[in-house]
Design a protein around this ligand. Sequence first.
Ligand code: ADP
Length: 595
Amino acid sequence: MSDPAAGTMDHAEILRAVSQALSTLLQPGDLDASMQRALEIIGQAVKADRMYIFEIHSSRSSDDLLMSQKHEWTTHGVSSELDNASMQNLSFDKFLGMLESLQAGNAYSRIRRHFTEAQHGILDPQGILSFVVMPIILKNELWGFVGFDDCKTEREWSDADLENLRAAAAGLGGAIVRQQMERSFRRQTEELRRHQRVALSLAEDARLAEQAAAKASAAKSTFLAMMSHEIRTPLNGVIGFTDLLLAEGLPDHQAELAESIKTCGETLLSLISDILDISKIESGRLDLNYEPTDVALCTRSVVASFEPLLNTRQIEITCNVSPDLPKWLHLDQSRYCQILFNLVGNAAKFTRQGGVSVNIWTERHLDRMYLCGKVADSGVGMSPEDLANIFEPFQQGEGARKHAIGGSGLGLAICRRLVESMGGQISAQSELGAGSTFSFSIATRTALAPAAKPPQEPSFGRDCNQMRILVVDDVPVNLKLSCRLLERLGFRADTASNGMEALSMLAASHYDIVFMDILMPEMDGYETAHRIRQQQAESSRQPWIVALTAHALVENRHACIEAGMDDFLTKPLRLSDMQAAIDRWRTGSRGLETP
Ligand code: ADP
């Protein structure tokens, strides 16, 4: 039987309770706890025995809608169903019409007498005599419902009561929205933090990897520089002494053997230079030295250096420099010559008949000037497979293998990297048996003519017979070679085997030229040169210091300039290099000029 007294509600009190519950929900802090408190306030005000919130959601396995309990409050003596697993994923089947009522925005209430058999099965264990549920609508969608159970009476709710419950449901709905937003915000913040952590750890990984790579690259560069020094030093002896041997006027067959030794030495030297070049480029340590360059002159001298060889094979080489080419272009002259030298060298190597042609001109693209070149030959050509790989390091094509033509397979790889680091491109076209054409471009601009060399210092009117030379080197074979080369040129030299000895010899007597090795134990060539300059600061007849180094890097040149040296010779030393250095001393034209 219903108890009308139980259904009598004080509307003002209920509204007060709803507003108090809502203000509890608006407090910052744990929303689950606030929700619990809000249910308690409203539940007590409406004199319910159990108050709860269910969420409606889809089933995982079908399109059916299910309900799951999220919050609950119970009055003293009424069992809580919060941990009851059967209150989760409950089907609406047993509550005919309930879902439809809620979807239509209406309350749904039942008293025990009207429960179906199935409802008895669910509601009786909880001692429910009547209940009412009110939809919670979020963003115009049915989110769930708030429910009120009576366990002591069968309560019939008046329309006015239901209006109060609707207000409570709307307030709770607002709190749920807030909770959802907070949770999603928290999730996003957490996600963001996670991404930040990942990004930070990736950045740290990248930094460590970069450090390791820089360390490895520095170690590789040092190793290569050391190896290049170690290999160049004995090569210095091989090539230099062979040069001396050849100058002795050997019988023909011996001269031929000596020439072969020299050629082998020079091939090895060029291989070392190539390996050093490619490793420098790949470790990003390539220094480009731009200067006003007379491209026509450079081109013709490269081409001219191949004429004797090609003439012996009756291969015609033509060089066509566009008459429109500006006289001076801003370029790294030695790198440009290196590229052209490689291309013309290959054309010469792989051509047995016909001709080789070199064309040079400038073009403009999108306001940029490019120096363009084409080197074509009528040689052995390449298959499409070989053509696809020739710009990769250590790639040699069929032509090189079949005709047993030597090479390291590094020339074109270096050309490509040089051209690209100068803002250009290189490509090749070729047909097996019909020749090849290599085309390249390098970004450039016109340059002003370089400043004229300053007039020579008056002190350089030399009597070479009186000239005193000191050679400083810690390796006996190098000392011997330098002295023999100088002897061959008609000079006698004193020697010092370390920096200290050189300093004391210079303090004791005057020397016109000091040939100074760089890599020496205890006091290196830079330090020795620096001290010589300090020691002789007051002297009007300072020696001319020529660095002798196996290191051919640009930074070594700069270090020599810093140390106060005048000229620079790269080992292996040749007679002609020594002669050129002495000629420069004679005319006072320093070989080391700050660019
Ligand atoms: P290498 O020092 O071995 O010549 P390169 O990098 O200069 O190395 O050339 C790579 C390969 O490309 C050569 O071994 C050769 O097979 C092919 N190649 C280069 N230039 C020519 C050419 N003008 N004609 C035919 N083949 C060429």
